[in-house]
Ligand binder design. Structure first.
Ligand code: ADP
Length: 188
């Protein structure tokens, strides 16, 4: 069967995987059209490098203006703004734990996912895209972080009646493969 697929289709299939309400995607989160993309921000909410910098650059300066009114955000918590020039309608800013510095990193990372999903429910939204929170400069090991991300989201969705679509966006093939492996394991 594989031999009958065009090269282009094979590439697409490699980069997207879905089951139920969960989609694993390889790409740039600033391009994803959903009700809210999640920003792995820092406590100031005033922008930074990595995915934070990319989101602010794509959203435009109005995003920073709104962020200035929020008074920062504690690690594990989440705050919502509009998406401005992004294809996503909103941005949920959450602050992941710094792996080698913070205590209770597992709980704090899990809280980022749960508190982001709570904002989706509170604002009557239906779709959300997450990057690998804390897995860049904050140094959280990718496999452990992906496991916490997937378990936290699945457990939230299990206890929630509505229909929420969740996209995990990986920025590299390696990260995508990690998510896929852990997601498939969690389905067994
Ligand atoms: P943190 O400070 O929480 O570690 P980073 O932005 O440094 O945040 O990295 C978080 C994750 O986001 C990393 O896995 C990184 O590869 C990924 N990332 C960076 N830019 C993008 C992007 N444009 N879209 C999706 N993921 C991205």
């Amino acid at each position: 069967m594989e031999n009958f697929l065009s090269e282009e289709l094979k590439e697409i299939l490699k980069r997207e995987y879905s089951k139920g309400n969960i989609i694993l995607n390889l790409g740039d989160i600033t391009k994803v059209e959903v009700d809210a993309i999640v920003n792995a921000a820092n406590e100031t909410l005033l922008g930074g490098g990595g995915v934070d910098g990319a989101i602010h650059a794509a959203a435009g300066s109005e995003l920073l203006e709104e962020c200035k009114t929020l008074g920062g955000c504690r690690t594990g918590e989440a705050k919502i703004t509009k998406g401005y020039n992004l294809p996503a309608k909103n941005v949920i800013h959450t602050v992941g734990p710094i792996y080698n510095t913070d205590k209770n990193v597992e709980k704090l990372l899990s809280d980022c996912y749960t508190n982001s999903l709570k904002l989706i429910v509170e604002n009557n939204l239906n779709s959300i895209a997450f990057p690998g929170i804390s897995t860049g400069v904050y140094g959280y090991p990718k496999e452990d972080a992906a496991r916490i991300a997937i378990e936290s989201v699945l457990s939230f969705l299990k206890n929630h009646k509505g229909d929420i679509k969740v996209i995990f966006v990986s920025f590299s093939e390696r990260d995508f493969d990690i998510y896929k492996k852990i997601f498939e394991e969690s389905m067994k």
